[in-house]
Design a protein around this ligand. Structure first.
Ligand SMILES: NC(=O)c1ccc[n+]([C@@H]2O[C@H](COP(=O)([O-])OP(=O)(O)OC[C@H]3O[C@@H](n4cnc5c(N)ncnc54)[C@H](O)[C@@H]3O)[C@@H](O)[C@H]2O)c1
Length: 369
């Protein structure tokens, strides 16, 4: 069996999760890992039986037998490392968000085009059964004119690090670039942009907040300076709008799911429901997702290339399917997210072109690159 030889850079929480997932993909062969933290490097190397271990990214990228590299570092390291990976002649998988700013994400996209290497961004909601079924309804034209979408993400109290889970690098602009919008909003916004066929952004306005109290010790250690709540209203071409509400922390109950509204029908994504009007009756259709999934892995198993982001990536590298345009989807997600930050900063709506002009690099200098 032909296999893709992979190296993983950054074997923290998500790097370890990726290694677990690669174990479930027969065509994936993890041949090397890299982490600046030697203790962690050896712990993970021993746990997964990976012998080739590096603390220097640049040295690992010189290895000829590595086909593809999976970047699991913090956001403001995504651009410099992914760019180095592609320039080293290797295909690149990168964690979300694409980068710490739109500027850096656009650089990654540019180098992808320049080198001809494959760049894939982890956007896990593109592979859910709900997304797959919704896409079928949309592609069949069932929604009519799609005119509004709502991107919703809710945590009542789940700011990384200061509320418990994950590292302090998620909550300061130096390492993360942004807060709830970048961390979780990326999933919900990218899911809708994908389903809507990547519409062109015209303008966006919004606000960001960090109002709730937190543990003072953790606030100080982390340098928390990002939003715990982001809200926005984006206008796309052809009269399409999207409102966004993404919360890491809020005094409130869970929001209903993301939705798409069309002239002929609408879709709620969780639980997946198609809303329409049949025979003069308002109708809600539910979908047998289990049966859809079963058929996709039995009758149509030869086309099952979308089980999860890593599975899809490996199949695309092996030429079994086209890679979903995740780099483009992630770039457009980053554009609207950063537009909300600029709108908050300037106190007004900003255009898509202004976001291009205003965005600057936050890429970190990486000592071991
Ligand atoms: N934690 C999650 O649940 C989760 C989920 C989805 C996506 N992500 C994304 O994954 C990325 C990493 O998050 P994480 O939670 O795994 O962080 P983490 O802090 O647990 O892991 C990061 C790892 O990178 C290593 N590292 C730092 N600088 C390095 C360098 N110069 N060279 C080599 N290694 C270096 C660290 O030692 C650490 O082991 C972020 O972009 C995040 O948005 C995380």
């Amino acid at each position: 069996m032909e296999k893709i030889r992979i190296a993983v850079i950054g074997v923290g929480i998500i790097g370890e999760a990726h290694l677990n997932t690669y174990r479930t993909i027969p065509e994936a062969d993890v041949v090397a890992i890299c982490d600046i933290n030697e203790e962690r490097l050896h712990y993970i190397g021993d746990k997964f039986g990976i012998q080739r271990r590096f603390t220097h990214i640049g040295r690992m990228l010189e290895e000829d037998d590595i086909d593809a590299v999976d970047v699991c570092l913090h956001n403001n390291m995504h651009a410099p490392v992914s760019i180095a990976v592609m320039r080293a002649g290797k295909d690149c998988y990168c964690e979300k968000p694409m980068a710490g700013t739109f500027y850096d994400a656009r650089e990654m996209y540019r180098v992808m085009e320049e080198t001809g290497k494959k760049l894939h961004i982890q956007l896990s909601l593109l592979y859910t059964r709900e997304t797959k079924a919704a896409k079928r309804f949309i592609d069949a034209g069932k929604l009519g004119h799609l005119y509004h979408m709502r991107s919703y993400g809710f945590r009542r109290r789940g700011r990384p690090y200061v509320d418990g889970y994950a590292a302090k690098e998620f909550v300061n602009t130096t390492t993360s670039g942004g807060g709830a919008l970048f961390d979780m909003g990326v999933y919900h916004i990218s899911q809708l942009l994908y389903l809507a066929g990547l519409p062109k952004l015209e303008r966006v306005c919004g606000h960001t907040y960090a109002e709730l109290d937190m543990d003072p010790g953790r606030r100080e250690i982390s340098g928390f300076n990002v939003e715990e709540l982001g809200v926005g209203l984006a206008t796309y071409e052809n009269g399409l709008s999207m409102d966004i509400l993404e919360s890491w922390a809020i005094h409130g109950r869970p929001f209903p799911s993301s939705i798409l509204c069309g002239s002929e029908a609408g879709i709620s994504l969780e639980p997946l429901t198609i809303h329409s009007r049949e025979n003069n009756i308002e109708t809600d259709t539910t979908v047998d997702l289990g049966q859809m999934d079963y058929l996709e892995h039995t009758v149509y198993a030869a086309d099952a290339h979308y089980d999860n982001s890593q599975h899809h990536w490996i199949h695309a590298l092996l030429g079994k399917c086209d890679l979903l345009p995740t780099a483009r989807i992630a770039l457009e997600t980053q554009r609207v997210q950063e537009g909300i930050y600029f709108s908050q900063m300037l106190g007004r709506e900003v255009t898509a072109d202004e976001i291009e002009t205003l965005s600057e690099s936050r890429a970190l200098v990486i000592p071991n690159l």
